[in-house]
Write a protein that binds this ligand. Structure first.
Ligand SMILES: [Ca+2]
Ligand SMILES: [Ca+2]
Ligand SMILES: [Ca+2]
Length: 310
């Protein structure tokens, strides 16, 4: 079976090794510099487009009171929710490279609180404001381990800000968050890439390559290049709309792949399960192992792409 196949990809893994943390501190997108008026007072702008408030030790609260405090600081304020790999990386790099832990009286740990809580006593956690399951984590070894129901997540300022779960009535410092004010500053993409709100991408509709060869080709174009992995549903639809308006109507490989012949799909480089999907009717339907996933532009749907592997 011969399809005209194409691919798209995102760029730039910048590796920042941090010995002693279980989180591999690497970035998969260029980092947004701090910009003027990024954050409302008294929030601190952090590279990556984030706005946080870092409490001092005198402001120690239970998790619930810390959440209230964040709401008093700003109508949209809430305990920090680190929903994406990028956000975890950005805040962890910021905290480990600044003197916050000492100057804010956060050590000895535990603390500060962030905005994740446990569902009953299941060891499953959600971001409360976003009401999202927490899939991308940075737990310290052996965590979560608290037997209390409805525990919450604290960073450990004494050990590179890895996460631990603690009873919510523990009084700790905390980190609040608000959305940044301004539109993102210009993200400079490598030559040949175009920019969308969610990153730098390129498409190649000229060559027919199988999924593995596309992945290799992406890596050859720029440091960290890879088939696109959609961290959010928004990223998926931004690319779908872009392709509908700008790309030829072909199948486009992206960075989801099957592990074995299980029908379970993950993002290839992060290893995270897909948190949303947009399968076409009857998909996925390929019985082969390690199938890649492609988008069919006309239907604006994902199609399992074994037919593209030649
Ligand atoms: Ca956040
Ligand atoms: Ca628990
Ligand atoms: Ca714990």
């Amino acid at each position: 079976m011969q399809f005209s196949s194409s691919f798209l990809f995102v760029i730039a893994l910048i590796t920042l090794p941090k010995p002693g943390t279980s989180l591999k501190l690497e970035r998969n997108k260029p980092r947004l510099e701090v910009y003027d008026n990024q954050c409302p007072h008294p929030f601190t702008p952090v590279e990556g487009g984030w706005c946080y408030f870092f409490s001092f030790a005198a402001e120690r609260h239970t998790w619930d009171n810390a959440q209230l405090f964040c709401g008093w600081l700003h109508p949209e304020g809430h305990l920090a929710e680190l929903e994406t790999f990028d956000e975890i990386i950005d805040i962890t790099i910021f905290l480990t490279s600044s003197s916050h832990a000492g100057s804010h009286g956060w050590t000895p740990s535990p603390g500060p609180w962030i905005g994740g809580i446990e569902i009953r006593d299941t060891n499953e956690f959600i971001w409360t404001k976003a009401n999202l399951s927490i899939l991308q984590t940075n737990w310290a070894p052996s965590q979560p381990d608290s037997p209390t129901s409805g525990d919450a997540i604290a960073l450990n300022a004494s050990s590179t800000f890895e996460w631990e779960d603690l009873p919510r009535d523990t009084e700790l410092p905390f980190i609040c968050e608000v959305q940044s004010n301004a539109p993102p500053v210009t993200l400079v993409c490598p030559e040949g890439f175009f920019r969308l709100e969610t990153g730098c991408y390129a498409i190649n509709a000229e060559q027919s390559l199988n999924w593995n060869d596309c992945q290799s080709y992406c890596a050859s174009l720029t440091a960290g290049g890879r088939l696109a992995e959609f961290e959010t549903e928004k990223e998926n639809y931004l690319l779908v709309d872009y392709l509908a308006d700008n790309g030829p109507c072909v199948y486009y490989w992206f960075g989801a792949t099957e592990k074995g012949a299980t029908g379970a799909y993950k993002w290839a480089t992060s290893g995270l399960p897909l948190t949303f999907s947009n399968w076409g009717d009857g998909e996925p339907n390929d019985g082969a192992a390690e199938s890649g996933v492609a988008m069919a532009c006309g239907a604006r749907q994902c199609k399992k792409g074994a037919g593209l592997i030649m």
